[in-house]
Design a protein around this ligand. Sequence first.
Ligand SMILES: Nc1ncnc2c1ncn2[C@@H]1O[C@H](COP(=O)(O)OP(=O)(O)OP(=O)(O)O)[C@@H](O)[C@H]1O
Ligand SMILES: [Mg+2]
Length: 497
Amino acid sequence: MEILEAVPRPDFLIKSISEQGYSLKSAIADLIDNSITANATNIQVLVDSDKEPFKLFLVDDGDGMSRQDLIQNMQFPSSNPETLRETADLGRFGLGLKAASFSQTRQFTVVSRKKGSDKYSAIRWDVEHLVTSKSWQMLVVTDDEIAAMLKEFEALDNEFLNKSESFIPNTFVVWSGLYKFENYLKPQNRKNALAREIVNNTADHLGIVFHRYLEEKNNVNIRVNNTQIKPFNPFPETEQALRKLEFRQKDFGQDNIRLEGFILPSSSIKDSKVSGNVWTLPNKSLLDLEGVYIYRSNRLIIYGGWNGLIRKAPRRQLARLRVDIGNNADNLLHLNVAKSKVIIPHDLVNAFKEYIEELTSEAEKEFYNRGINRLDDKSGAKEATLLTKVHSNKGPLLEINESFPIYKGLLSTLGKNEKSQLRLLNRMINTTINKIRNTHESVHYYKCEEAQTGDLADIIKKLVEQGFSKSFITDEVIKQMGIDVKTLPEEILKLME
Ligand SMILES: Nc1ncnc2c1ncn2[C@@H]1O[C@H](COP(=O)(O)OP(=O)(O)OP(=O)(O)O)[C@@H](O)[C@H]1O
Ligand SMILES: [Mg+2]
């Protein structure tokens, strides 16, 4: 059989490989995975947006690489994705460094030295060179150029406030030109767009994705433009009001998977409006943060949303599900290269859904309880609240407060007949509110009391006159008022015959 060589064009292929769904923040996170895996305790990201090409430096004090390791690790891919990795290794594909970098830039350089050595080596990938050479060639950066790059980094570090306490950098990843900002935006918008992306989105993203590493005991520091990234733990277990469901654990390939549901207190709805609260990130709401959180080896892959299992809904905003998995089930989870997506395998979907059902029903109850909590907050001001809490044998109920000023004003302008109609409407609304709050199922909680029969009799007479049937009056009116039809006195029942 005739054989044809099919050598891919490097520049085309690289552009395709880089389209793995990376955003700026997920690309930076992928580089930080490498730093953490290399045992770095200081990771510094500096962005130079004063002049184009924009530059990004990501520097760490981890184990670093010898020249030989560096040459190997710059290859596409640098290792077999199927090899078992150390538990703490955040890598999988042997591609992240290259794919993440090429998703944001057309030229990047990695400068590194083995920890303890004083000589750096540097290797560069450059799309322009690939276009002209049409072959898979990396560039070896000279010692002079390395020295110039380190100087440039120093100078940039000095430009920002709070220059970092000195640490010994071993690896530098340098992106030269952030083409997504430079090519697709108007010149006057580029700098601001980049700054916004870094200050708002990236800082929040890193704070949540790496929160377990950033928390004190783990001793990792990440600084972006010399601002320390603060960890954000979506499960602040030190808060007493945070409730937990019993966890479930299952074997999962060569790993196991652990699900743990949390219900935020209804008070978090109010708290979350204040900046610096424990429940939300500065640029995210409770609603943004409801859903499933999947941790792979302590690094958060997915947060906010239910990953296609159920829909997001405001009434579920107090529900968060924590899922922990190691790094040995990546193929079962269909982890993507950008480490921003997983697919819950078919045989686990039902177990997930069952647990989520239990969790969200608890969270919904908590959500609908908030009206009552709010009343409790200002018990002195009951006169002024629209809804008031009353006690019944079915637990606390909410009712429209007849002393509420607008309501009171309206009542005083009405004749006897309109008054009783308004009260009737009220009763129906009260019942509906309490049904939604789930405090009683379809159980009636009012007996028909003598005092109400006068009003009720008038209304029923009217409805009968207008030709409404008995079943409509009992089902749609009396039951909706929460009255048990069996408790209706004879004279009322007679009216409907
Ligand atoms: N900051 C760093 N310090 C030390 N070694 C590094 C650093 N960054 C990358 N490396 C080395 O380069 C290798 C290749 O990195 P790359 O991100 O491309 O792949 P990976 O981390 O093995 O897998 P993945 O594609 O899942 O990220 C790593 O396995 C690691 O050995
Ligand atoms: Mg990696």
